[in-house]
Each structure stands twice: as structure tokens, then as C-alpha cells.
Design a binder for this molecule. Sequence first.
Ligand SMILES: [Zn+2]
Length: 561
Amino acid sequence: MRNLKFSGLLAIVATVLAACGAEPHMEALDNPQSGLSTLDTTEVEAILHQHIAVLASDEYEGRAPATPGEEKTISYLQREFSALGIQPGNGDSYFQSVSVTETTTASDAVLMLEGSDYQVALSYGDQMMVSSQQQIPAISVLDSELIFVGYGVVAPERSWNDYAGIDVTDKTVVILVNDPGYATQDPNIFNGNAMTYYGRWTYKYEEAARQGAAAALIVHETGPAGYGWEVVSSSWSGPQIGLQAANLNLDKVDIEGWLTLDSAQALFAGAGLSYQQLKAAAADPGFSAVAMSDITASVSISNSVRVSQSQNLIAMIPGSQRPEETIIYTGHWDHLGVNLELPGDNIYNGAADNATGTAALLALAKLHAAEPAPARSIVFLAVTAEESGLLGSRWYSENPVFPLEKTVANINMDNLNTFGPMRDIVVVGDGSSEMENYLKEAADKQNRYLTAEPNPERGYYYRSDHFNFAKVGVPALYAASGEDSREHGREWGAEQAQEYTDNRYHAPSDEYDPDWDLSGAAQDIFIYFDIANKLSQETTFPNWFEGNEFKAIRDASASAR
Ligand SMILES: [Zn+2]
């Protein structure tokens, strides 16, 4: 009987009944938000169900930027914010136009690897992926010498330089995914198991471009990447969204690509090298780049580039005393759209990712709207094109509507908990900023504890929109649902999270389920609401902890207040 057209109400009633009958110790937490708002958890839960059911419906076509799915999504959000009496946040407009490029690489690209003892033509999709950020129709790399540069990292503060003593101008660099800390699991090397920005693929392409390389190929491995090859091949095929650049991104490498582990191992063997040995050597500070025999890479790709406009949506409750000082909630409204080449269900509904966070913006708007005017402004920023590389939030951080030095904090929501109440709440990128103190105080009221993120090697702190606030110095909080389920325990909670990562993350099966228990998400929302309320009454500005890489930027901007 349950389907997407069905109101979630019956399911909510069922969920609440089940929860009530479950465990007596939950009673103390029946109203964990008591005193915070006139709304209760059940009401917030119902609000979430209502909005997620709409945003993740097939009608919204997977909410891809610059598609009819966007039109429906942002119109819906505008109507809902407006109906709540939340005013436009960009002058008299709810929108900030983001100039996006949509670049489609023809899927017939072939990567030729040729040496005296090794010739292979790797096919697009199942053996490699190639693309280009350059906003021009045709890009070629011809007979470019291959060189293995380990992790491709230049980190002066760690006395680490994988490009030391070599010139990779016009060469093709082959790079390992993640960083040496992950590889060694040694907490004294980089951040050990936790990924640093040097482990991110974005960084590796950026560094290769700074070094003058023609092409950069990252070797995919599921463990250190944090996702399987299907995620690489599906997210890099089809239209790639970028930001329009005055220099057409000609300063980027010509070709950015990935090799499957099989392709890479065959290449190393073809060059008379051992992949395993070199991989181990690359985690050593004494590593030097290695030429890959006489093997060269050639690839030509044709790009169709289309420029279009997508929108960030900005709504705000103006502060009564210091309106230019803002607390900014973010959640990305976009997801992956539709893949017409996929048989069967080809709509990426993105129900958890991130209809949940988008619905949470509306729930928070309703909570704040019921309060007396805050001293500082509360901003609701639903950003576009997160899935294409955090583009909407990057555009905002480069073209801020509110002064960054007076932006008190960012609270980001991406992929909320659909598994019910948790005893813990996870701090992504823990040890970063004073926002964690606020989080702890608010979590205490719900009798919940903070946990460090369970998979810091996946670099989630660099993988959602708060990161663009961090890069410009604004303390950014990204918390995630815990895994210590009040009802079923930690093992069960971890299993649910793993099941999602394995089967639904970035897949058409990330669909709305009216049976979802969103009471845990509602509790998280009360935590964010509590934090924002507190910040909105204060006159101080939270900062990064000592030693954090973003603190210097924040300290410098403080003088402009
Ligand atoms: Zn997301």
C-alpha cells in the first residue's frame, strides 16, 4: 500500500507508536527539546516527512542543476520559505544566480598507453575515466611521458614534496588516492587514518596543475577512496557541472582522470615496476617520483560545453540588533538528476542525500519563525551543485551576500539520520573549531555524547558545503547522525549506515521511504536550533582551535569587523 504518492502520516503514527512501546528508558527523552521551542519532535518529524516526500519524488527528476528538476525544487523552496514568512536573503530576491557550465565528455574517449614493451587502449567507463575542466570543445594530450608521483603532495609544513627534483611539465602524472597517513595508519604521518585535504582528488588535480602537468591520473582503490569504482564511473560520466571561469580554466591540467586498480597494476607491470612496492615506497618521506619506463599517454576528448544559470536560494530572519552578523545554515538542494542510459529506475531521487538536509532548512525556518526576533540574523542557504564539487557554496563563499568577517558560523546539514534516535552525534572533522563546544552543550541537553567520525579516512570534512566556509575562515560545523541507536545499539546503527553506503549512496535506490524514523533527525535539528539561538544572542565570534589550518584566515578577517 505504501508508495510515494501516499501521505507519510500513517507511517509516522506507526513509527511513533512503535517507538513509544519500545523502551522505557526513552521516556526521559520524549521531549529532549523541552523549553527550546513550542514545536515538538513529532511535529518536526512530520515537517521533514512532508518535504522529503515532495523533493525526492520522481516528479523532481533527481534535482539536477539547470534542469526542470531545479525549477521545481527552487520554486517549491521559495513558496515554502515565503509561506513561513521568512524574507528573501539577497536584497528583495530569494535567489543568487550561479553561472554554471555543463561539460559533457563524449564517452568514446580512449586512453592509449604506449611503450616499447607495453601497448594498451583503455576504454572509457570500465577501465578508466577522463574529463577536463577546461571550458573548450576539444582537448588532446599526445605522447605525454608518464611519471609516478606517489601521493602527489606538496606539503611544506610537513616537509613533504612528491614533486621534489622533477619537472613534470607536459607530462602525465600517476597519483595514489588518499594520503600517506592512511596508507601507513601511522598517526605521526599526516593525520594517520584521518584524511587530510592532501588526500582529496580535488587537491591532487590542483597540485598537478600547479606543477605544469598535462594530465593527472588517479589510481582508484576502494579502501582509501572510500567508495567503489561505480561511484567514480557514474559521477564522472554524463554532464559535469563547473563554475564559469574568465580564463576558461586553462590553468587546470588538460586531462583529469582515474584508472581502475586493474588498469593501473597492468600499467606498472608493463613499465617493469611493482605497484605494491612503489605504493609502499610512496608513503615514505624519502620517496622520489619514478618515470614509468618509456610509456606515454595519449588521449583526445571532445567536450560539449554549455553555460547556464543555477540558483542558490537564500532566505533570512533579520537580526534586530546586529543584522549584518549572520549565522548561516546550509544544505544542498541538488542531487544527480536522471541518467537516461541506465535501464530501469534511472532517477537519482537523493532522498537522504540531500532532500533530508533541504527539508531540515524548512523545519529550522519554522522553528526560528516562532521565536522572538534574534539579535543577529539567521540565514537559510540552500545551495546548488554540491554533488558536482561543492560549487554553489563555493560560488557563495567567493561572492558572499553577507560579509564573511561578520559571518558568525556555518551549520551544514547533508544526509540526515533516517534510522531513529541515537545516543551519540558525530563530529565530522573533530578537533577543528569552538563550534564543537556549542555542539557538546546542546547535545548534553539530549543526554547525547559526541563521537569522532567513524571513517575520518574518507575525508567527509572536505566533502560537503561547510568546507567552502572553512576555506574562507568561517567556523563551520558539520555534524552527522550518530550510530549508537537508542533502540538497537551501536552495531545495528553501524550496519544501517554501512547498508546505505553500499547500496543506496549516489544510486537511484536513495528513495524516500515513509517508514523512515526521522525522530533522530528531528532531535539533531533541535541541537542545531539550540546552537544557532545561542550564537544569535551573543556578541562574540567563535574561532578555530589553535593549530587548525583555517585559523589564520579567521584571525586576519577579525580586524575588519
Ligand atoms: Zn550530500
